[in-house]
Design a protein around this ligand. Structure first.
Ligand code: NAD
Length: 321
């Protein structure tokens, strides 16, 4: 069995490798070669923790396993640890033997940023120049770094409920040599691409804040009851997702679908666009929306890439198990 500790991941896996692992597994999901298992997420009644599993099997990449972990809200204060904790377990699909244990914290941020990045590459207008951010927390910095690689952006604009956090994304913009401007929500009509990555339970970005032709990647809504954008935007947009079943139950589409205003049949897998079985964007005026709910197969894909790299570079810890 191979172990790749959390502290090694940063030096092993970059945005490029994460992008291609996630793009490949989205394609495999759409062609029926890979599927996710039902998600388990439980309030365990201890330490206010939410704990669960996200797993799946990718026959194309021969990746089987799960990510176990969740959210411990008191970690930072009480233990000096980050609140989100996860670990990926990979198994040999031929024998069922455990193959690898991989730290999952940084991987989660990398695979989530890769997902919106894949959506931008396949759905945003080629001439996109302005990117707008809604959210400025931990994930937002990863999101912005990855998104900036997909188009020749000239400017970053951003809004956050807590404006004191905006310097987090301003720093990323400036590192990429781009100007940053804090805007009010109506100012986001200037954006050609918008990424939302907040823990909001109320819609903030509404249809009136989005211009025709914009691509919106909604990445924060991954739980029943959460909502970042108005249902009016979901209704107006051509909606794509990592997995339709998740989008309609715990993703951004859950609200418009529950109200009967968006049909499940009108929500398409991004993998179909990657595979060329769905045309994707139809016109320069169309608003496209990616409902990035986060699936276990993304975690397995990046973990598997990390294991290969760790073995190649002699960093993998081998244990007789
Ligand atoms: P964080 O705590 O670092 O940042 C939270 C962000 O949400 C900040 O910008 C904050 O200002 C904003 N926010 C907080 N309360 C808000 C509210 N009521 N209304 C609007 N904005 C609010 O968190 P993070 O690690 O950056 O994660 C952000 C979100 O992304 C979380 O909801 C998390 O569950 C989700 N997430 C999704 C995926 C996925 O695959 N889709 C993966 C990882 C994290």
């Amino acid at each position: 069995m191979i172990i790749v500790p959390e502290k090694e991941i940063g030096a092993l896996l970059g945005r490029k490798e994460s992008y291609s692992a996630v793009e490949q597994v989205f394609a495999a999901m759409a062609s029926g070669d890979a599927y996710n298992f039902p998600v388990v997420r439980e309030a365990i009644g201890h330490a206010d923790a939410l704990y669960g599993f996200k797993g799946g099997f990718d026959r194309a990449g021969m990746t089987l396993g799960l990510k176990a972990g969740g959210y411990w809200p008191n970690n930072l204060e009480t233990h000096g640890l980050i609140n989100h904790q996860s670990t990926v377990f990979l198994f040999d699909p031929d024998t069922g033997r455990v193959k690898a244990i991989v730290g999952g914290n940084l991987l989660t941020a990398l695979r989530t940023a890769a997902a919106s990045s894949v959506s931008i590459n396949h759905l945003a207008r080629k001439d996109a120049k302005v990117i707008g951010m809604v959210g400025a927390g931990h994930q937002a910095t990863f999101q912005l770094r990855a998104a900036l690689e997909q188009r020749d952006f000239e400017k970053v604009i951003g809004w956050n409920l807590h404006p004191e956090m905006l310097p987090n994304i301003e720093k990323v913009a400036n590192e990429a040599g781009l100007p940053f401007e804090a805007v009010e929500l109506p100012g986001l009509t200037e954006a050609d691409v918008i990424v939302t990555i907040t823990s909001s339970f109320e819609p903030t970005l509404l249809s009136e804040h989005v211009s025709d032709g914009t691509h919106v990647a909604c990445m924060g809504t991954d739980t029943v009851g959460k909502q970042e954008v108005g249902a009016d935007l979901v209704i107006r947009a051509s909606v794509f997702t990592d997995e339709v079943a998740q989008a309609i139950t715990l993703g951004e589409s859950q609200h418009a679908v529950a109200a009967g205003d968006k049909a499940e049949a009108d929500i398409h897998q991004i993998g179909a666009v990657i595979n060329g079985t769905h045309a994707g964007r139809n016109s320069d005026d169309e608003v496209t929306l990616f409902d990035g709910t986060g699936v276990g197969l993304q975690d397995l894909a990046v973990a598997s890439a990390v294991v290969d790299l760790a073995v190649k570079q002699g960093i993998a810890i081998e244990v007789d198990f």
